[in-house]
Design a binder for this molecule. Sequence first.
Ligand code: SF4
Length: 298
Amino acid sequence: MLLNHDYKYPFTYILGWSNSRYEQFCLCKRKYYYHRYGKYDTTHHSSKINQLKDLTSLPLAKGTIVHDVIKGILSRLQRTESPIDKDRLKVYVHKLTKEYYEKNTFSEHHYKSRTDNFIDALFEEVHQRIVLFVNSSSFSFILEKALPVKNEWIIEPGGHGETRIEGMKAYCKVDFLFPINGHVFIYDWKTGKSSKLKHKRQMIGYSYWASEALGISKSNITPIIVYLNSAHEENPIKLFENDIVHFPEKIKTETRLMYDYCTNIEKNIPKPKRAFEKTDKINICMYCNFRELCFSDE
Ligand code: SF4
């Protein structure tokens, strides 16, 4: 089975649904505005908005570095099948953590909830999850079953995973995908809290992307979520007919809700900022990158 996912859609400005975009939209409309439409703001300079938008955090950093290390491990396996040297892996994890730590600004530092250098704590957290991964049944399965088709692996494909779900623009980007005997396995690594219902939606989206981009039937796709927290947990998603049939309708409804906040849908131009309500849930604001703006807004 030759997997080809390089198709590029013609560029359009219209917004595209993604699980993360809609989650952000539901969490706080104002946050969604700053993230997606900051350049239209007339109160705060776009450089300030971008600075806050680019802040990372410990949980985000942990997830990103774990993804980068796993990507590195899988790419290495494509080059050589020699066993992983645990000491060299540790050095590699430390290198990536250090690079990430030095390149990014943490919201914990920006908002002074921490003033210490927590690179060692971050490294320990990432390393613990990588050790879990290389000792996991998921990794054993990949070594045993997927290695023979390593030339057909798709590891974090470039771009944003643009696709169409019944004609609607959407973005669904997989972590890792491979075929075995005409069946496709999609893996997604998670370092945050386990939320099977929420993550299942995301995986249905990935199945749509794979089906559209690779021309395979959804019945031949198994999406698998791998949680890497205090323990390894593998959660294969069973796609029921109902999930598949109702998914496009849900995406259309959610996309239309987001369209309602545009004055020009085709060009993706937003309504004025005041239309994007602030959440009244203080526990969301407490961890929001944009909280310094909200306290000074009208
Ligand atoms: S601080 Fe609160 S209200 Fe303001 S953007 Fe963030 S989450 Fe929304």
